[in-house]
Ligand binder design. Structure first.
Ligand SMILES: Cc1cc2nc3c(=O)[nH]c(=O)nc-3n(C[C@H](O)[C@H](O)[C@H](O)COP(=O)(O)OP(=O)(O)OC[C@H]3O[C@@H](n4cnc5c(N)ncnc54)[C@H](O)[C@@H]3O)c2cc1C
Length: 375
């Protein structure tokens, strides 16, 4: 699609090989549990945290390479890709971008080694899309109180990045789950089988070195991190779509009805053509946002990001659903890769900002600045 550097080609082809040879057999058996064997292998081969500084055990590459790695792995094993996305584009990424040296030294190497993960806690019972109305607060002397909900990855993490309100405004910090005053109240099971947790903070003392973002630039910094997370989310969705489309293409060529492969009926050919067109459009939008971000000093543009996240996540659900349709009743069986992928793809339209919130962002930029330039 684009001219890749030698290093990017290497990442793509090595991860494609590893995923197909090592991850394919058990790709639909994880049900939201982290695929630790796969993670350990990726860590051993230097492919966990490729966009992190080598000083913390990362690969010294950029976000674009991280996105390529998610795409290659997710086209085969969606759970491994989801873990890569969470650890390369979300909480640990925020720690590397904004953390103190002490925090980076303490929290990042175990993640790069595949020993643990780090969660991100933003949502609250009364503050979902409306993040600004969050109540979790930190006093001037760094005492944390409040409650978070729907937090993924808690069961297998030791720490979380938490979005909070400081006296001067929105910011973030890092907590550890075994600290006094931190209580995991409940683990819910989502549609995919993954655990999401409710966490309470009662007078939790936060060490100064665990403050991530605070002060006048904090909100803008958080949005930079969030935009990378959204591009990672779009990439993950595209990888699910590719995974489903590959299976649909194979099945359509094997399954015969009315004396011929169903893939020879124009109705199925057109479905496959639409699916590929939508997938490639989503990938283009996502790559464009990532490449533009590099040109702008690694700040993803708000409009580019929301368009990519909205389109890719919405279309991924549609593509995977059409792939299931092509599999007929086979695809609708519990445990079939297509029903499994569908449940995973559905979540992408909600996590990291819902479709509707992305549309609000797009409309707001259009009203402020008009349409983007033609070239
Ligand atoms: C798979 C998955 C993983 C997640 N992981 C995490 C995590 O690790 N950490 C975390 O903090 N959270 C996580 N979440 C929660 C996620 O961030 C929230 O679900 C999301 O922000 C939406 O909040 P809500 O669910 O409270 O919905 P609400 O904000 O209550 O929205 C309900 C509906 O109303 C719509 N809506 C809301 N406001 C508007 C508006 N202004 N205009 C039009 N429509 C609107 C929404 O789009 C949605 O359709 C996860 C969610 C999922 C599905």
């Amino acid at each position: 699609m684009f001219d890749l550097t030698d290093e990017q080609e290497m990442v793509l082809s090595a991860l494609d090989d590893i995923a197909r040879q090592e991850f394919a057999d058990r790709a639909f058996e994880w049900h939201g549990e982290p695929p630790w064997d796969n993670i350990e292998l990726l860590a051993k081969q230097g492919f966990l945290g490729i966009n992190f500084d080598e000083a913390y055990g990362g690969g010294g590459m950029g976000e674009f390479e991280a996105m390529l790695s998610i795409e290659a792995v997710g086209s085969v094993c969606p759970d491994t890709a989801e873990f890569l996305y969470n650890q390369q584009m979300v909480a640990p990424r925020a720690i590397e971008m904004f953390g103190t040296e002490e925090a980076k030294d303490r929290y990042l190497p175990p993640v790069m080694d595949g020993e643990t993960a780090i969660a991100i806690a933003i949502s609250e019972p009364e503050a979902g899309s409306d993040v600004g109305s969050m109540r979790t607060s930190v006093s001037d002397d760094l005492v944390l109180n409040g409650e978070k909900i729907w937090v993924s990855n808690v069961k297998h993490s030791d720490a979380a990045v938490v979005w909070v309100k400081y006296p001067e405004g929105l910011g973030s910090l890092i907590i550890e789950f075994d600290w006094d005053g931190v209580e995991i109240q409940e683990h819910y099971t989502n549609m995919h089988g993954g655990a999401q947790s409710q966490i309470r903070f009662d007078d939790v003392d936060i060490p100064e070195e665990n403050v991530l973002t605070r002060g006048k630039d904090a909100f803008v910094d958080q949005l930079k991190a969030l935009n990378w997370e959204r591009l990672g989310c779009a990439t993950l969705a595209n990888s699910f779509a590719r995974n489903g489309l590959e299976k649909a293409l194979d099945y359509a060529q094997q399954r015969e009805q009315f004396g011929q492969p169903i893939g020879d009926f124009q109705g199925i050919e057109w479905k496959l053509a639409d699916m590929l067109t939508e997938l490639e459009a989503g990938r283009m939008l996502t790559y464009r946002a990532a490449i533009n971000a590099h040109e702008q000093g690694r700040i993803p543009d708000r409009l580019d990001t929301s368009i990519a996240k909205l389109y890719s996540c919405e279309r991924a659900e549609h593509i995977v659903s059409e792939a299931l349709q092509i599999h007929g009743a086979n695809g609708y069986q519990q445990g079939h890769p297509l029903e499994y992928l569908y449940r995973m793809a559905r979540g992408r339209r909600l996590a990291a900002g819902t479709d509707e919130i992305q549309k609000n962002q797009i409309a707001s930029v259009m009203k402020e600045s008009g349409l983007p330039d033609l070239v």
